[in-house]
Ligand binder design. Structure first.
Ligand SMILES: Nc1ncnc2c1ncn2[C@@H]1O[C@@H]2COP(=O)(O)O[C@H]2[C@H]1O
Length: 359
């Protein structure tokens, strides 16, 4: 089956342009579907660019907004390209029994980018295990095998704002560690050293609000989650203790690599002047200081979202808005911006905080 699909990929654009190695991987991730005469095979795709759909054989009628009808045949040159499922297409109908090939568009996009970045055909990326072993995985295997680098995460989560080249570099520099239930990975108050991704297992985040206070569990982290970013972004001490709830496997990136590969590209700083112009255009100020500091004084129109509440209140923010976060120095705001960016929000940081911008 995969060999047959591979042969098909060689006839479609831009799939034919992928390297042989990438095409082999893609062959296992796309679907060939038989559709009976009279059925609309694009029902789920019209105005929805989630999948690229190719006509393999048969006749498909496409109906467009301006009443134009086009008959596409499997052996037409036009059928070498994805069926145009944009907002102009209103309906389609199989005029004969047909066969189509479906591929997730995001996956395709990421693979095209990766392919163009790779220096060779089958360049294997390696991750070092702390027990001395090494595992080799291609970028596509990373996407398929671990939820940390799923297509969804690459498209809208922590890594969506990071250049693909940096993600490739991460694959090479990350270390994999095996962990056991009860193991403390991060201790509240310690100096930040690593950024972690959960490949397998669950962890508990607990915080003690005072020297003698008992720690309270504030969150549970699971496969695909990331943690340990706040101390690295803000240069503060670890704000919570993170303990393995079950046995598991983590990936970790040291502080220097984290700053270079993730923090720098994810955090965009803007001057007060640029920020004001953006706010006039609809962007929203977020003050990430404590509510007591906010109540004392704040930038007009700013909402207050203290750093330690950002995760709990992120669902109340609008994915389509642009937010400009600030504090006095830029430290807390950078940490908050990184957390918000991990949830896929459009966020910028007031460079140097209000203190620097005022002087
Ligand atoms: N409420 C929370 N929910 C999820 N993760 C948290 C929460 N509070 C702290 N953390 C994580 O725990 C980590 C402790 O180390 P850091 O301060 O570097 O970064 C912190 C966050 O990644």
């Amino acid at each position: 089956m995969t060999t047959a699909v591979l042969a098909l990929l060689n006839t479609f654009e831009p799939l034919a342009k992928l390297s042989a190695g990438r095409k082999r991987e893609l062959a296992g991730l796309c679907f060939v579907e038989k559709v009976s005469q009279g059925i609309n095979p694009l029902r789920m795709n019209i105005s929805n660019a989630k999948q690229a759909v190719y006509l393999i054989k048969g006749e498909l009628e496409l109906r467009f907004l301006n009443d134009e009808k086009v008959i596409l045949r499997g052996d037409d040159t036009a059928a070498r390209h994805p069926i145009p499922c944009d907002q102009n297409l209103v309906d389609s109908i199989a005029r004969t029994d047909i066969e189509i090939l479906r591929i997730d568009n995001d996956l395709l996009d990421i693979m095209m980018t990766w392919d163009q970045l790779s220096t060779g055909d089958d360049v294997l990326k390696s991750v070092h295990n702390t027990d001395g072993g090494k595992s080799n995985r291609t970028p596509v295997e990373w996407m398929r095998d671990t939820s940390v680098f799923s297509v969804a995460k690459l498209q809208s989560g922590v890594f969506s704002k990071v250049p693909v080249a940096n993600i490739e570099a991460m694959f090479e520099r990350m270390e994999r560690i095996s962990t056991v239930a009860g193991q403390v990975i991060i201790q509240q108050g310690a100096v930040g050293d690593y950024y972690y991704l959960v490949e397998r297992g669950s962890l508990l985040v607990s915080r003690a609000d005072g020297v003698n206070a008992a720690p309270m569990v504030v969150a549970e982290l699971n496969e695909g989650d990331a943690f340990g970013e706040e101390a690295l972004v803000s240069d503060n001490k670890r704000n919570a203790t993170v303990t393995m709830k079950t046995d598991g496997q983590l990936l970790r990136l040291n502080k220097r690599d984290f700053i270079e590969l993730l923090k720098e590209p994810m955090l965009v700083n803007v001057s007060r002047e640029v920020a004001e112009a953006m706010v006039a255009d609809g962007a929203i100020w977020i003050d990430v200081r404590l509510s007591s500091e906010y109540q004392y004084e704040h930038i007009k129109g700013a909402i207050n979202l203290p750093l330690n509440e950002v995760r709990q209140r992120v669902s109340g923010l609008d994915m389509n808005s642009t937010y400009i976060v600030y504090c006095q120095t830029g430290r807390r705001s950078s940490a908050a911006a990184f957390v918000l960016a991990q949830y896929g929000l459009n966020v910028l940081v007031l460079a140097g905080g209000t203190r620097q911008q005022a002087s």
